[in-house]
Design a protein around this ligand. Structure first.
Ligand code: NAD
Length: 280
């Protein structure tokens, strides 16, 4: 068996076409406010990619770039202003923030109706209750979109997630549970992790450890979703060792070109949805 590659770029371009068409029909241009603090290398690239993708579909972005030593008060004051600004439809804070800032305290100030990253406790709580949040985090949403292109029904699937972060592992586990999957979340302190991953019909690696998952971690015919973005000898790679697993897995997302492009597409889809929500 050679794994079929799930091309996130192609799926994302289809989504962009639909979004661009929807935006053309709007009476005004949707706007996403991006708040960035400091100059983390990864963040600079991610923000630039988000802005480029937005521009291509006719969605406006405004970048608020604070210096590394910015205070929580300054950022929260800006968020309050953007919450009240009728021209701003979505607000995100690019993570990670510098260590002196409390991420949740800042993010919790974004009003749920503009929280297009889906991190506000209102949105995560609604998801947890299996009710409709305003927005779901972009990376998990992108993964669900890719999985639904493979499976018409996810119920009963054995899912193992490596990584329990607020932005990927936790919301993804909830989305999967809401689809009636049997979900195991693993993390750095999980013992005998391979015993768990080897039982997964769907294995999602989101831990940020280059090529951690090898062929003896997976079962034959598994669907592998690689969220990780790492560098190995200067080359970008995922958390899954693609070369090692490709003869054993049924499906595999590549890095780059898998989950990454879908994440940006979902963020922009959320922003378009925010615009519609605010113009109802
Ligand atoms: P994080 O650091 O917030 O969380 C990492 C999680 O992985 C933690 O729960 C930790 O306990 C677990 N972990 C770490 N090492 C482990 C190990 N050896 N075994 C098992 N679990 C382990 O990370 P994050 O923000 O969720 O990001 C994870 C990875 O995904 C990173 O490489 C990041 O760059 C990438 N990422 C990609 C996208 C995308 O769009 N493709 C989006 C978000 C994050």
């Amino acid at each position: 068996m050679t794994a079929e590659i799930i091309n996130g770029k192609t799926t994302a371009s289809g989504i962009y076409e639909i979004l661009a068409q929807r935006i053309k029909d709007f009476p005004s241009t949707p706007k996403l406010a991006i708040i960035m603090v400091g100059n983390d290398d990864g963040s600079v690239i991610y923000v630039r990619n988000k802005q480029k993708a937005a521009e291509k579909i006719g969605l406006k972005t405004e970048l608020f770039h604070f210096p590394e030593n910015a205070s929580e008060d300054e950022i929260i004051t800006l968020i309050s202003r953007l919450n009240a600004d009728s021209q701003t439809n979505g607000i995100i804070v690019q993570l990670p923030l510098p260590a002196h800032l409390t991420t949740n305290k800042i993010i919790n100030h974004i009003m749920p109706q503009k929280d297009v990253d889906g991190f506000n406790p209102y949105n995560t709580g609604m998801l947890q209750n299996n009710e409709q949040p305003y927005f779901v985090a972009a990376t998990p949403l992108g993964i669900m979109t890719m999985l639904k292109n493979i499976y018409s029904d996810l119920s009963g699937k054995n899912v193992v997630i490596i990584g329990a972060s607020l932005i990927v592992g936790r919301p993804l586990a909830t989305l999967m549970l809401n689809q009636e999957c049997t979900v195991t979340i693993t993390h750095i302190h999980t013992r005998n992790i391979k015993e768990l991953t080897r039982k997964a019909d769907i294995l999602i690696a989101a831990c940020g450890v280059a090529k951690l998952v090898k062929k003896d971690w997976i079962k034959d015919g598994a669907v592998l979703i690689d969220v990780g973005i790492n560098r190995d000898n200067g080359k970008i790679c995922g958390d899954i060792d693609a070369d090692d697993v490709k003869e054993k897995a049924a499906f595999l997302t590549p890095v780059p070109g898998g989950v990454g492009p879908m994440t940006i597409a979902m963020l922009l889809q959320n922003t378009v949805d925010a615009y519609i929500l605010q113009h109802q």
